[in-house]
Design a protein around this ligand. Structure first.
Ligand code: BGC
Length: 507
């Protein structure tokens, strides 16, 4: 599959306007990110609602009523965690199918498929009368996320004028954070609607899903996808329409050229296993692992649960989640602003120190002051909330957006979509692991969970320091010569590849 992201800001710029049509396409497609974020944010609030627990998880409800027995364990239930995590497992599987539909059918139909999965999933989950309907609903939502998260970032990259590509990539993450925030607000209001507030909360995802479904009828297919599927005439016409200029020959030729090269690679997955692919492959996959082992989703999924654990009442806990959600959105703008100025490495390193301090402070307060029974005193509980917010800030301008940006800009053209699909599924896998394990880990490790994540933050900081080179301002097709070949560690794989090429030629 070919994705033409051949020129970024500092390489050849084709003649292009930021047309109203492109703007509309970007907004509609980015609604996919909104649904993803909504799903991330909604489950924590719903699993803290008594009406929901009584209906599907009566044993958790009973345990919660006796919360004084054990703060850290009241929500520990494999089925309850499966409610949250099943979505990510389904998304993992779906992203491989989505990679195929993206290349065979196009980006637009893949987004349409995503919205159909979302709609059926929302219907089942919001209308659930038993646990099976609920879980199947979540699985279909997961298919939607898998299809959406594969198609939307590709669509955005291909439709955007080259000079706006970096910023537009982070618009996806921005929409994710807005989705999480909307979910937190919906949770806050629906928690007081008895007995079916949770149905409204889960059903809310239907609105953006409808926008995506009908909106996708208005948007076009990307020129790359059309040309890749030999619809060259239509591809050129679309290119003219989205760029707002008549003369698109140069960009058109570059897409055709990129598609030709990509066609020569018969098996991109085998190519991904070759030494030359090692740096983007290892970095792309490990960034997903590290992004999730910052512990962010322990907070995004379970913030209300976590805040109840430290002693807030139901409402205050949900409200605190709204506050963290707002901080998440606002801090993402800092990322958009800084990423091309200070560079990726600075953000990764700064935030590692920043998040480490926050996790340690939270862990120490909980270890010292939160007994297995009882609650935190108000001042300590407030300090915990403040440090959670500061922690979210650090994540939002670094490991959050960069976890998506770096894999999308470091794979060479011929393995870009496959490399990105692997990164998406890796992300989903580790999101699943955290969603499934966090409440049990909280129960078993108590405040130690924060020291556990702190340990990983040290490891990822060191990894960024030694193994993640700066890619700011480097042309996306020039990574090999300008980045990997000059890096103290990764250069060995490039040399091996060069020697291999020479041997082949002299054979
Ligand atoms: C991550 C999600 C996370 C979100 C928080 C995204 O980049 O992939 O797992 O919940 O950021 O804003």
């Amino acid at each position: 599959m070919a994705v033409v992201i051949s020129s970024n800001g500092n390489s050849k710029a084709f003649d292009a306007k930021m047309t109203v049509y492109v703007f509309i396409c970007v907004i509609i497609a980015a609604v996919g990110g909104l649904i993803f974020g909504y799903d991330i944010g909604i489950s924590g609030g719903v699993t803290a609602m008594d009406d929901f627990l009584k209906e599907f998880f009566p044993s958790v409800y009973e345990r919660k009523k006796h919360a004084h027995e054990n703060n850290y364990c009241k929500y520990d239930n494999q089925f309850l965690q499966l409610f949250t995590s099943s979505l990510y497992l389904a998304a993992l599987v779906a992203s491989f199918f989505a990679s195929a539909t993206c290349s065979k059918l196009g980006r637009r139909p893949t987004m349409q498929l995503a919205s159909i999965f979302f709609l059926i999933g929302v219907g089942l989950a919001a209308g659930a009368v038993n646990i099976y309907m609920l879980i199947i609903g979540r699985i279909l939502l997961g298919f939607g996320v898998g299809f959406g998260n594969q198609a939307v970032p590709l669509f955005l990259s291909e439709i955007a004028p080259a000079r706006l590509r970096g910023g537009l990539n982070i618009v996806f993450q921005l929409m994710v954070t807005i989705g999480i925030l909307i979910a937190n607000i919906v949770n806050y209001f629906t928690s007081s609607i008895h007995p079916y507030g949770w149905r409204i909360a889960l059903g809310g995802a239907g609105i953006p899903a409808l926008i995506l479904l009908f909106g996708s009828l208005l948007i076009c297919e990307t020129p790359t996808s059309l040309i890749e599927r030999n619809k060259t005439k239509e591809g050129k016409e679309t290119l003219k329409k989205i760029r707002g200029v008549e003369d698109v020959d140069e960009e058109y030729e570059s897409i055709v050229h990129a598609c030709d090269i990509a066609r020569q690679v018969k098996d991109p997955y085998t190519k991904l296993m070759k030494p030359a692919s090692r740096p983007p492959f290892v970095i792309g996959m490990l960034l997903q692992f590290f992004q999730q082992f910052t512990g962010i989703n322990a907070i995004m999924f379970y913030a209300p649960v976590l805040f109840q654990t430290v002693g807030f009442g139901n409402d205050a806990a949900l409200l605190s989640a709204v506050v963290t959600g707002t901080i998440n959105v606002l801090s993402t703008f800092v990322g958009i602003f800084l990423v091309d100025k200070t560079g990726r490495r600075f953000l990764l390193l700064q935030s590692s120190v920043h998040m480490l301090i926050c996790q340690l402070v939270i862990g120490i307060i909980l270890a010292k002051d939160l007994d297995v029974t009882g609650t935190l005193a108000r001042p300590q509980a407030l300090v915990v909330v403040i440090f959670v917010c500061v922690y979210v800030m650090g994540f939002a301008w670094s490991w959050g957006p960069l976890g998506w940006l770096i894999p999308s800009e470091t794979f060479p053209l011929e393995t870009r979509t496959e490399g990105f699909a692997l990164a998406v599924s890796c992300n989903m896998f580790f999101t699943f692991v955290i969603a499934q394990a966090f409440l049990s880990m909280l129960c078993a490790m108590k405040s130690g969970i924060f020291f556990f994540f702190s340990g990983w933050i040290v490891v990822m900081g060191l990894f960024a320091l030694f193994f993640v080179p700066e890619t700011k301002g480097v042309s996306i097709d020039d990574m090999r010569d300008s980045v990997w070949k000059l890096h103290w560690y990764w250069k060995r794989f490039m040399l091996e590849e060069d020697e291999h090429d020479v041997e082949k030629r002299t054979d």
